[in-house]
Design a protein around this ligand. Structure first.
Ligand SMILES: *Cc1c(COP(=O)(O)O)cnc(C)c1O
Length: 367
């Protein structure tokens, strides 16, 4: 079945007032406020075993009615995506590499035994939601409407098997600067007690369970005065994997840019792949390879590693200030400046916001 689903439209009869919306947009924060509408598409497996998507709709934002036995509430059969819509100077609204998010949603769906969603339906759900909530797209510097597509198993059944009823939804949240205010280098805690992912696990899938599993490590980070956690692969010479929700890069003095290779445990970040392309076009020697925590520590000590940074849709690119571990630490030589990181960040944000020409066809117009 390849036909694109038509979205029916039900407008909220209780949208937030223009004043309330203006107050939120003046200081959106991150992930705290939501727009007036939501996109929904249902999936059902019929008696003959064949499944299909139907009932695509825009409806008022509000609580989800769900049976307490819904599979997602018990076994965590859930996946999600995250991408941003930026308003350009002429008032048009664009999203960045949405096809990559559509493809990754389906990679995650296969791993979590959820149904794949056609790419056209994914893009159309974003387009319809942004059309309904265009007044919610923030216009401040670097601000955007954060889009959160997700898929949940809604079938009421306590047996353990892939659910026969699933719901795909999109919510939207105006987003200011992820870290609030100016861009400060993040401090990172090295978790040597917990892993984020393992061989054959779900590390490559964008699923809620990965985040639930990272929270204990995140608490440990906060107790040690850090903002984020770095996970290693203990069974592979303490190879660096990634942060709880961001990929990592290292800038070397000799002009190379190193990031951990996609080994099945690491999330395929769209920002990661964009940084790689932009860096290659600048003539940097980009290496996707194994890099261990010892190489980072020794590289900084010897002056070979000049910057470390983290990247993901929410925060775009953020310099890493310091890595703290139990009994030792690595102080980033770049603390604050991070010339390469900041320059790539500026180009990437420029493309997303329309200030820099999109020569790679990365943007899709939503409204
Ligand atoms: C989403 C995510 C990222 C970043 O991916 P982007 O597509 O760049 O936003 C990195 N790591 C994890 C674990 C993630 O869930």
């Amino acid at each position: 079945m390849t036909e694109t689903l038509e979205f029916t439209q039900q407008r909220s009869d209780r949208p937030k007032s223009a004043e309330e919306r203006a107050a939120i947009l003046a200081n959106p924060g991150f992930g705290k406020h939501f727009t007036d509408h939501t996109a929904v598409v249902d999936y059902k497996v019929d008696a003959d075993g064949s499944g299909g998507w139907s009932n695509a709709r825009i409806e008022p934002y509000g609580p989800i009615m769900m049976d307490p036995a819904a599979a997602v509430l018990h076994y965590g059969q859930e996946i999600f995506e995250g991408l941003k819509a930026y308003q350009h100077d002429d008032g048009s609204v664009w999203t960045f590499r949405a096809e990559a998010n559509a493809a990754r949603l389906n990679t995650s769906a296969r791993r979590l035994a959820l149904p794949e969603l056609p790419e056209e339906t994914f893009i159309e759900s974003l387009r319809q939601l942004v059309a309904a909530d265009k007044a919610w797209v923030p216009t401040g510097d670097g601000e955007a409407l954060y889009l959160r597509p997700f898929m949940i198993a809604t079938e009421a059944f306590l047996g353990v098997r892939p659910a026969h009823e699933v719901s795909y939804r999109v919510i939207a949240s105006p987003a200011g600067n992820y870290w609030g205010g100016e861009l400060k280098p993040v401090s990172i805690w090295l978790s040597d007690r917990y892993s984020r992912a393992g061989e054959g696990g779900t590390g490559e899938a964008k699923c809620g369970g990965n985040y639930a599993a990272s929270l204990a490590a995140q608490l440990e980070a906060e107790a040690n005065g850090c903002q984020q956690v770095l996970f290693l692969d203990k069974f592979n010479d303490n190879a660096i994997e990634e942060l709880g929700g961001m990929n990592v890069f290292f800038v070397f003095k000799d002009g190379s840019l190193v990031t951990p290779e996609l080994n099945g445990h690491i999330l395929h970040g769209v920002t990661r792949s964009s940084v790689i392309e932009l860096a290659k076009d600048r003539g940097l020697d980009v290496q996707e390879r194994k890099i261990t925590i010892d190489e980072w520590r020794d590289g900084v000590a010897a002056g070979d590693i000049t910057e470390a940074f983290a990247c993901g849709t929410a925060a775009v690119i953020t310099p890493i200030g310091e890595l703290k571990a139990d009994g030792w630490s690595i102080a980033s030589p770049s603390a604050g400046s991070g010339e390469v990181a900041m320059s790539i960040r500026q180009e990437l944000l420029g493309i997303q916001t329309g200030a820099v020409e999109d020569s790679r066809g990365w943007l899709t117009r939503l409204a």
